[in-house]
Design a protein around this ligand. Structure first.
Ligand code: PMP
Ligand code: GLN
Length: 382
């Protein structure tokens, strides 16, 4: 199919299969190796036992839409009507695809910061739209963009800017000033923002996540996306949500109903429980991840990588050149035999892969002993 030309197997599938085949430690695909809050897991089981096993309403079960609405209000002061301004999706991935398909005409342009989560480029291609990348580059130990480059990327066909913060794979959490650059452009050039906030609760060192929709004039032009996977350590539940003005959410739902019609019921009820009752558990997850971040960054630095300390997410971005390597894709394919570890070559998240050739991403959402063993093995690279 022409639109999908160039989109082969995702890097996550390739690298997790490589880890399984070689028995390597998998610091590639970002999923935790411990479970989420026990009462939430029990709620999924009880939901099944109590008969939540048939099609739920297309927009999502009312309990979850209500819980998302309360969560947005309590955390960010954003009011969304559970009836019409909130839509439950099959993970953030479906939310992103349905939103881009709903809001872009063929030939429209979508701005995304590279490196970007791989589904962005595929969703833009499916919509027949055109991706305009703006590169995030290291500056003072964190990845950021040049506002002039962002401004120059906007043209007459630009429809929307995709904003992922906390950012996978660089770990950057956009500052208010960075978000204001984006918001100013959206207001001046009448653009929409589609925000991928799946790591909204996973920030460190007291850095707080700021949703773009909270900036002046942005709520009415922002489609805000998140999901349960990262916040509650249930990446396999694929339960996400979209919040936005009714007109935009209605357009997204029109697409969503023909992609999946609705999302699985038991996980929705359990996610509703989690949003209401498990944010204390999330605070402990965040503290735990912060210490794992420190553990892995220290280990990778000692092993010879140049490390970019992330302010959020599950991931550490590294530069492999100090170890004498230049190509992250070649290195990650060799890493199982060199060190018994799997990681993700960041270059696959670039429209211009040469810009990320020397970066490799490691996930730290793993047990301490797994991180320690991976570091011990990687130390052999020097
Ligand atoms: N966006 C980003 C930035 C991600 O890292 C991921 C992976 N979890 C997703 C979206 C997809 O989320 P979900 O599993 O809820 O579809
Ligand atoms: N979001 C996860 C990551 O970046 C995995 C997503 C996936 O497997 N598609 O590692």
């Amino acid at each position: 199919m022409a639109r999908m030309r160039g989109f082969g197997t995702t890097i996550f599938a390739e690298m997790s299969a490589l880890a399984a085949r070689t028995g390597s430690i998998n610091l590639g695909q970002g999923f935790p190796d411990t479970d989420g809050p026990p009462a939430m897991l029990e709620r999924a089981v009880s939901a099944i036992r109590e008969g939540a096993n048939q099609y739920p309403p297309g927009p999502g079960v009312p309990e979850l839409r209500q819980a998302v609405s309360e969560h947005r209000k309590d955390h960010y002061g954003l009011g969304y009507d559970p009836d019409g301004e909130i839509l439950v999706t099959v993970g953030a991935t479906e939310a992103i695809a349905a939103t881009i398909l709903a809001l872009c005409e063929p030939g429209d342009e979508v701005i995304a910061f590279e490196p970007y989560y791989d589904s962005y480029a595929a969703s833009v291609a499916l919509a027949g739209a055109v991706l305009r990348p703006v590169t995030l580059r290291p500056d003072g130990g964190r990845f950021t963009f040049d506002p002039a480059e962002l401004r120059a990327a906007v043209g007459p066909r630009t429809r929307l800017i995709l904003v992922n913060s906390p950012h996978n794979p660089t770990g950057t959490v956009f500052t208010r000033a960075e978000l204001e650059e984006i918001a100013t452009l959206c207001r001046e050039r009448d653009l929409l923002a589609v925000t991928d906030e799946v790591y909204e609760h996973l920030t460190f060192d007291g850095v707080e996540h700021i949703p773009a929709a909270t900036l002046p004039g942005m709520r009415e032009r922002t489609v805000m996306i998140s999901s349960a996977g990262k916040t509650f350590s249930v990446t396999g539940w694929k339960t996400g949500w979209v919040c936005g003005p009714a007109e935009l959410v209605r357009a997204v739902q029109t697409v969503k109903q023909f992609l999946t019609f609705t999302a699985a019921a038991p996980w929705q009820l359990a996610a509703a429980h989690a949003l209401r009752h498990e944010l204390g558990w999330v605070a402990s997850l965040r503290a735990d991840l912060e210490s794992k971040r420190d553990r892995l960054t220290a280990g990778l630095s000692a092993a010879g990588f140049e490390v970019y300390r992330p302010a959020g997410t599950y991931f550490v971005q590294t530069d492999i050149r100090p170890l004498g390597f230049t190509d992250g894709l070649a290195l990650t394919r060799e890493l199982p035999s060199l060190a018994g570890v799997v990681a993700i070559p960041t270059q696959v998240f670039y429209a211009r892969p040469e810009r990320g050739r020397h970066f490799v991403r490691f996930a730290f959402c793993k047990k301490n002993e797994v991180i320690d063993e991976a570091v011990t093995r990687l130390t052999r690279l020097t």
